[in-house]
Design a protein around this ligand. Sequence first.
Ligand code: DAH
Length: 347
Amino acid sequence: MKQQLENIRLQAMQELDNATTPAALEELRVRLLGKKGELTAVLKQMGKLSAEERPIMGQAANAVRAAIEEKLEQRKTVINAAVLEQKLAQEALDVTIPGTPVNLGHQHPMNIVLQEIKDIFVGMGYQVVDGPEVELADYNFTRLNIEEGHPSRDRSDTFYFTDDDSVLLRTQTSPMQIRAMENTKPPICILAPGRVFRKDEADATHSPMFHQIEGLVVDENITMGDLKGALVTVMRRIYGQDAQMRFRPHHFPFTEPSCEMDMQCHKCHGTGEVDGHVCSTCHGEGWIELLGAGMVHPKVLEGCGIDPEKYSGFAFGMGLERMAMGRMKINDLRLIFDNDIRFLEQF
Ligand code: DAH
C-alpha cells in the first residue's frame, strides 16, 4: 500500500508538470483527489489494515494529498500567468496605427449666437426665463395695450387655436413681460428668448417661425438712457466696438416712447449698393432693423399691479435671426432653417 501511494505521488507530480492548461489541471485534480479519485480508492482499502498500520498509512496518505495539493497550486500559478501572457500578446494594440477621425458636430449658428447674447446679458445681471409658446390672447395682446381690432390680431396674421380667438401661438415674446411682472415685484431684470409665430411667407428676411429675445428691466428711476446704454453695450460686445447703430422713433402700443434700433448692413456697409446693384440684404436701406424697444407704458405697468408713479422700466424685443445674420454674415434667413450641412459646417 505504501508503494501504491508512492506511485500515485510520483505519477501525479509528472502529470502535473505536463499539464499546460487550466482545464487539464482541473481534470487531474478530480482524478487524483476527487471522491472517485485514485487517492480515495487507496484510502478505502485502509479498513483491511491492522490497528498499528492504519495511522502510519493514514499519515502517508495525507502527506501524498498535501504534496499533490501544493503542486496543484504551484502549477496553477504558473499556468495562469502563461495564459495571461498569451492573452496579452494576442490582444496587443498597435498604438502607432493612425486612427479613424471622428466627425464632431457643433452647435447650430443660431444657438451659438443665442448663447453669446445670453452670456452677455447674464453678465449684466439679467435672469434668463422661459415661457409658453401657446399663449393667451390676453397676454399676447390685451395686457400689452394692443386694442381689439389692431391689425396684428387679425386672423390673416396670427395662428389661433380657438374660435373665440382667445388662445394662439404667440406672435412675439412680449407676453413674457406680463408674466414676469405678474410673478415678481421690481426690481425686475429678465431676458426671455423663444420661438414666435406669424402667418408670413418665407423670404430672405421672413419666416412663419422665428426667434425673439425679449428683455425687461423695471425699477425705480429707469430711463431711456438706461435702455440705450444697455443695448449699445450689448451690440458692441457682439458686433465690435466700431459697430454702427442708430435709434429711430417708432410706435408700439406697450411702450411710450418707443424706438427701433438698426445696425448698419453687414453686406453693403451702409451704402445700400453692392457692385452697382441694390443690396439684397437690406433692400438698399443701408441699415437692418434689429429690435423694437421703449419705456414700458404706464398702463401696462398698472395692469400688472406695478405703480407707474414709483416705478419705470424699459423693454426690448430683438430678432435672433437678424442678429445671427449680422453676426455670421448670413445673407438669407432661409439658410438658417434649411439644415443644409454644407451651410452649417461653415460656422
Ligand atoms: N414685440 C415687438 C415685435 O414683435 C418688439 C418689441 C418692441 C418688443 C418694443 C418690446 C418693445 O419689448 O418694448 O415687433
